[in-house]
Design a protein around this ligand. Structure first.
Ligand code: COA
Length: 206
């Protein structure tokens, strides 16, 4: 049995626009699972550039599961992007100092927590994921979607704000898939099942 190596940076021969993502990540607040890949028209280093407003002092994390497929131009907006929105003005006076330096005393910028992407999630070209979003296992995010609410497992969502277009499977099959969690199987078992994983019959998985 020969199996693609999850620790390879560029798993396609003579092609450096697609990488196994975890191998290029430098920021400890971005955590990526095995075999999740990122494809970029220009340079795979654009991935971290497209995780926007991600500041150490906020400390929020972008957590991405295994076997996800992330297309060029996908952008994650993190909590550092947030201004006050319930105040009279959203203007960040305090950051400019001088006699404005105390404007934020006793207040905090709103935060929505970590962004968590499940396993086997396909995120289409140019999609934008807002702060604190959870995307369930097996979901598909349509190209150009702006995801503003959590996405249920195995839902296909699209548009701005992204809405459910359809479910990929019946509720019964989705429950079975979420119990199976095939992405956590030993890689040898996944390898033995790749024909079935790319087929449409759940009962054929061995
Ligand atoms: C989401 C997607 C997979 C849906 O494909 P599909 O199941 O064949 O869906 P259809 O084309 O039959 O469209 C189904 C509905 O979704 C809508 N839809 C499709 N793509 C959409 C998009 N990007 N944004 C908003 N709505 C979309 C269609 O208008 C249609 O709406 P209707 O039911 O009201 O008529 C596909 O449109 C998509 O965006 N793929 C991502 C491609 C990509 O970015 N690849 C990057 C390389 S990995």
């Amino acid at each position: 049995m020969t199996i693609p190596d999850k620790n390879t940076l560029f798993p396609l021969e003579n092609y450096d626009r697609l990488c196994f993502l975890k191998n290029i990540i430098k920021n400890p607040n971005i955590v990526v699972g095995d075999y999740t890949y990122y494809d970029d028209f220009e340079d795979v280093a654009n991935f971290e550039k497209n995780v926007k407003y991600h500041f150490d002092f906020v400390g929020d994390q972008l957590i991405i599961g295994k076997f996800c497929m992330i297309a060029s131009g996908v952008t994650f907006i993190m909590n550092g992007a947030n201004h006050l929105s319930k105040s009279i003005s959203a203007y960040p006076f305090a950051i400019f100092g001088k006699d404005w330096q105390h404007a934020m005393d006793g207040k905090t910028y709103p935060t929505k927590g970590n962004t968590v992407i499940g396993n086997d999630v396909w995120i289409g070209f140019n999609a934008t994921i807002m702060p604190g979003i959870n995307i369930g296992d097996g979901a598909i995010i349509a190209s150009n979607a702006t995801v503003t609410k959590d996405v249920p497992p195995y839902a296909v969502v699209g548009g701005n704000p992204a809405k459910v277009i359809r479910k990929r499977f019946s509720d019964v099959d989705i429950t079975k898939l979420l119990e199976l969690k095939w992405w956590n199987w030993p890689i040898e078992k996944i390898t033995a099942n790749v024909q079935h994983l790319t087929g449409e019959h759940l009962d054929s998985l061995k």
